[in-house]
Design a protein around this ligand. Structure first.
Ligand code: RNT
Ligand code: ZN
Length: 413
């Protein structure tokens, strides 16, 4: 009997249907972020990253053009099993000399090649206005700026992005999750905490006042606790964004690098699901700070996946990856993180979640702990290999494919 069939039998003992787990997994979309491929620089000629986020490392082969970035993403996608979406930032607009535009004048046509790319791969597109790495970020501020001209510029940017999001959704037939994140904040103790937040609230309201189809565009606001150079105050804090999302009927987005080190997003998901029909996630790995390391198959990633699966929320939680590591091969960074998210979801789908819940409800905590620990050594790897086979994705040999590409393509950049 094959290792896969043996594994199926093992899982059957716990009442787990492996076939149905595999079918479900293949339907859960995970968004792959374009910005891992070029250290979040985009196509505007920017050479530095601002907004309190940072990539570290100088691994050779960074994508420098839309063509290179798409080719790299294509390889990464081929090496990953499962359903994908692509996640694009506004600073990845693709312009010609004739249609050049600043961020407050972006149009769908600037993203037409992304639509073409998405259609080629049969995937949807998520989108993000870009509130960093731009000369109109004044004193580190955008949508919270006390300078009305600056604030107006960034509000316009947001509005244009809503329109572009709707265009993506219409073209691909897949709703577009549009996430607003700003790095606005202060390095040192502010004299006014309310003012910037009131301006942020007003800016967001203005952005969302453009007409859009709510079934096509899913606006989100992403919270953050601090950034580099903005250690003392962040306007878009947890409380701010949650309340804004709830009151304005949009989605809250939680990035698991954006909380105090002992807080976990896995615990927050169920709290939000009590009140929101839909929520969004940025899955990352913070090491000591919001360092955006590549997602690992670690306890918190597993726990996040469990919360999505066992609460029957695979259609209510939009999963996106968000990290940027410039110290290793960037294609591998995508592949490792994406595959780990898939593994975490598979792990969650292969748990006897109903049975574990009843143990909790019946107060059988000894048995619950014993069971949770025993389940950790079930033959997940054998089922994973079968999933790879069905998805036409390589096993560990993917590394060889990346090495070959590095030699033949990346090394020549
Ligand atoms: C920054 C946020 C944000 C960015 C992307 C590039 O801390 O996590 O989501 O990573 O917009
Ligand atoms: Zn994020």
């Amino acid at each position: 009997m094959s290792r896969y069939l043996q594994a199926v039998k093992e899982y059957e003992k716990f009442g787990i249907d492996v076939e149905s787990a595999l079918n479900t997994l293949a339907q859960i979309p995970v968004a792959i972020h374009c910005w891992q491929g070029d250290d979040v620089l985009g196509f505007e000629g920017s050479s530095g990253l601002s907004g309190g986020i940072q990539t570290t490392g100088n691994y050779p082969g960074r994508a420098r053009t839309p063509y290179e970035l798409m080719a790299d993403m294509e390889l990464a996608m081929k090496l990953c099993p499962g359903k994908k979406k692509i996640n694009v930032h506004a600073n990845y607009a693709i312009m010609t000399e004739e249609n050049k535009a600043d961020r407050d004048a972006l149009k769908p046509e600037h993203f037409a090649p992304w639509v073409e790319f998405a259609k080629k791969h049969g995937v949807g597109i998520d989108f993000n206005p870009t509130y960093f790495s731009h000369e109109k970020v004044k004193d580190g501020l955008t949508l919270t700026s006390p300078d009305e001209d600056i604030r107006k510029f960034w509000i316009e940017h947001g509005k244009r992005c809503v329109e572009i999001s709707e265009y993506f959704a219409k073209e691909t037939g897949v709703p577009c999750v549009m996430n607003i994140w700003i790095g606005d904040g202060f390095k040192d103790i502010p004299a006014d905490r309310l003012g910037p937040r009131m301006r942020y609230k007003d800016s967001l309201e203005q952005i969302l006042s453009v007409p859009y189809d709510k079934t096509l565009v899913k606006p989100c606001v992403e919270s953050k606790v601090f950034g580099i150079g903005v250690e003392s105050y962040t306007a878009g804090s947890g409380e701010f964004t949650l309340t804004f999302a709830a009151k304005n009927d949009i989605l809250p987005l939680m990035d698991n690098g954006h909380y105090h080190p002992t807080e976990v997003v896995s615990d927050k998901i169920s709290a939000l699901l009590c009140y929101f029909d839909e929520i969004a996630l940025h899955v990352t790995r913070g090491v000591r700070w919001d360092s955006d390391h590549v997602v690992a198959f670690d306890d918190e990633t597993k726990e996040i996946a469990k919360e999505i699966v066992r609460n029957d929320a695979t259609k209510r939680v939009y999963i996106a990856l968000d990290y940027f590591d410039a110290s290793i091969n960037r294609i591998s960074a995508w592949v490792i993180g994406f595959r780990n998210m898939q593994k975490a979801l598979l792990n969650a789908l292969l748990l006897p979640n109903k049975m574990l819940k009843s143990l909790q409800d019946e107060g059988k905590f000894t048995e619950l702990l014993a069971m949770q620990e025993e389940l950790k050594t079930l033959p997940l790897g054998d089922v994973w290999k079968e999933y790879l086979r069905r998805e036409n994705a390589p096993d560990i040999e993917w590394i060889e494919e990346v090495k070959k590409y590095e030699k033949e393509v990346l090394a020549l950049r």
